[in-house]
Design a protein around this ligand. Structure first.
Ligand SMILES: Nc1ncnc2c1ncn2[C@@H]1O[C@H](COP(=O)(O)OP(=O)(O)OP(=O)(O)O)[C@@H](O)[C@H]1O
Length: 603
């Protein structure tokens, strides 16, 4: 999100000029051609929304101020925004699915009542729909207007946040995660850029951007544990979970681990793998080491008085979770709330030192919750302020070498961890209707939204042997195929599988090329690397994978466009009629010749 405002200044300027001179249907690009100020959109429930100014721009969509009062220009202090993307784009489609299924205002209110929460940081969804302008179809979603994102605040504060703020944010985010997890979804991309302050109340923080959210448990059936290196390293590389590095479908424990890494980052201002972000395997290794060596690995990262003990305890608890386990969210919140206890490094213990499986009386738990709701042990909402050490300008502590990519710890060091009192193992109540886990089960809706397997293309250069003949038996339209910078090749060929089945289309983001798909478009994956700033985007449409990349090297780019490309299967296929034609012509020629030679003697 941090780059978006910069873009906006340039963008709004250019776009307004474009509109005043051009009446022809605009060419589609990754970002939608802006709709004019004052444009009226009608959502699927026939509510009308008037567009105001553009206030933000993401990788694929524009954010407009909006209001329901369609007769007047939209006020600068309106409470609504509209996110607009081309209808074919995947991210908004996935996000909409999340809001429609999991974040209905009534269901959120009910949840908050039942948990006695006075706040749940999920923006309200107000509606959505499709629109058409100049023969181009758009998708839009109306939602709460939000304020500043946390990444900006973090940057303004030298990359760190006050410890009390971090712990409070952690607890509020556990609440949000519990809600979305109970509604069959995981967020899978928690990070400061996706946390936004309330527009009216900056003390409230919302988890936004559900474009990568994933339905890990459709109809109560958890996805199976299936490691797949080809799908590895999905998400935002700094924070993505070890499960995601291994190519597992996101699950609850992954969300919590991502949150733990974020808390650590906000607290310390850096992460042990900061220097290896361009090498996902090294990042995975460093994360694994950090998790293996808990709690010491995290405790050692403490900066000045801002100890990381609570985060160490939090991550240690997350480490005890199995792939399909339901976390004990209250316990995780307690670990972040109970600073004095965890600061001494003592984990909660039952009688006679038993720590892990203490059964908590639900009434006691209820009482405790009620206490929290009334505000007793709970800290104040997260006013984002600076810690003393941060104000003093304390630099982040260098990360101990062993948590980077150095040699593994000795057995004695590992033993130290084992000797520590164990963290209480979270209770594991199963979702009501879970009986078996079937990875293939999905409902019709899910069929549309669920990410499908993708090769880890971003770990390799574009495939060798780009194809220029883009005739494919798919629903995708011709416009994108005509572009010179678009390549079709077989992903299976890349994977050493049969080359005919699955085709792979690379699009060069620099030239803002865009593929338009009808019907079952799929959006699978975006990867943001904030250090190099590249994006990857995959769509799946039947057997076609569309990939946007903007980090092609010059040689790759010229390979994509260049002449003398190796003939691909589709090109060879294109020659077949010519072979047949020449063959038939030769045959007839030979017949005529033979007839003539035979005829001559009789003459
Ligand atoms: N509900 C909102 N209220 C106010 N501003 C918003 C809201 N949602 C997003 N924005 C602003 O618009 C910008 C674009 O947000 P958006 O979610 O479309 O993209 P992004 O998360 O920055 O990028 P990407 O599309 O790659 O995920 C953000 O940087 C943010 O500043």
């Amino acid at each position: 999100m941090s780059t978006c405002f910069r873009f906006y200044l340039v963008f709004s300027d250019i776009s307004s000029k474009t509109y005043s001179v051009s009446m022809a249907p605009p060419r589609k690009s990754v970002l939608p051609k802006p709709l004019p100020d004052g444009f009226i959109l009608t959502d699927s429930e026939k509510k009308k929304w008037r567009l105001g100014k553009i206030i933000g721009q993401g990788g694929f969509g524009l954010i407009y101020l909006a209001s329901q009062d369609v007769d007047r220009p939209v006020a600068a202090d309106t409470d609504f925004v509209i996110k607009l993307e081309y209808q074919e784009n995947g991210p908004l489609f996935s996000e909409l699915k999340f809001y429609q299924r999991a974040a209905k205002p009534e269901s959120m209110r009910k949840w908050m009542r039942s948990r006695r929460l006075d706040f749940l940081g999920i923006p309200t969804y107000w509606g959505s729909g499709l629109a058409e302008y100049n023969n181009i179809r758009y998708r839009f979603m109306v939602m709460d207007r939000l304020g500043k994102d946390l990444q900006k605040i973090c940057n303004d504060n030298g990359g760190r946040l006050e410890k009390a703020t971090v712990l409070q944010l952690g607890q509020e985010l556990v609440d949000v995660l519990e809600y979305i997890h109970e509604n069959e979804y995981v967020h899978a991309d928690i990070k400061a850029a996706n946390l936004m302050q309330g527009y009216r109340d900056p003390k409230k923080v919302y988890l936004a951007d559900y474009g990568l959210s994933y339905r890990y448990c459709p109809d109560g059936v958890h996805k199976e544990y299936k490691e797949n290196p080809k799908k590895g390293h999905n998400g935002t590389i700094e924070y993505t979970s070890i499960d995601a590095h291994k190519g597992l479908a996101p699950s609850r424990r992954g969300d919590l681990q991502i949150l733990g890494f974020c808390l650590l980052h906000w607290l310390c201002g850096s992460l042990p793998w900061d220097s290896s972000l361009k090498n996902p395997a090294q990042v995975q290794e460093a994360k694994t080491r950090l998790m293996d060596d808990l709690p010491d690995s995290v405790k050692q990262l403490s900066v000045g008085r801002a100890s990381t003990d609570e985060v160490a305890a939090f991550l240690l608890c997350v480490k005890t979770l199995d792939y399909k386990d339901k976390p004990d969210y209250q316990h995780l919140k307690d670990l972040l709330a109970s600073a004095p206890r965890t600061c001494r490094g003592v984990m909660p213990q039952g009688p006679a030192g038993e720590s892990s499986t203490k059964v908590v009386d639900p009434r006691a738990r209820e009482k405790q919750r009620a206490g929290h709701a009334r505000g007793s042990p709970k800290a104040k909402p997260s006013a984002v302020v600076m810690d003393e050490e941060v104000q003093e300008g304390a630099k982040s502590k260098p990360v101990p070498a062993q948590y980077k990519s150095g040699p593994r710890l000795t057995k004695a060091q590992l033993q130290k961890e084992k000797d520590l009192p164990a963290v209480r193992r979270p209770q594991r109540p199963r979702p009501k209707h879970v009986q078996t886990y079937d990875d293939d089960s999905e409902d019709d809706d899910e069929e549309e939204a669920r990410p499908r397997p993708i090769p880890a293309c971003y770990l390799r250069p574009p495939p060798i042997g780009p194809r220029t003949n883009l005739k494919q038996k798919t629903k995708s339209e011709g416009t994108s195929r005509k572009r010179g910078n678009l390549t079709v090749t077989s992903a299976r060929q890349e994977e050493g599988v049969h080359p005919q089945r699955r085709k792979h289309i690379f699009l060069d983001c620099d030239s803002k090329s865009q593929t338009h798909m009808n019907g079952r478009e799929r959006w699978d994956e975006r990867l943001h690397d904030h250090t190099s700033g590249y994006n990857h985007l995959h769509w799946w449409d039947n057997d076609l994978c569309y990939e946007h990349r903007d980090n092609f090297s010059d040689s790759e780019r010229s390979a994509l466009k260049g002449p003398g490309q190796e003939a691909g299967p589709t090109q060879r296929k294109g020659l077949l009629p010519w072979f047949v034609f020449v063959g038939v012509a030769l045959f007839f020629g030979a017949c005529v010749l033979a007839a003539k030679t035979h005829a001559n003697p009789f003459d």
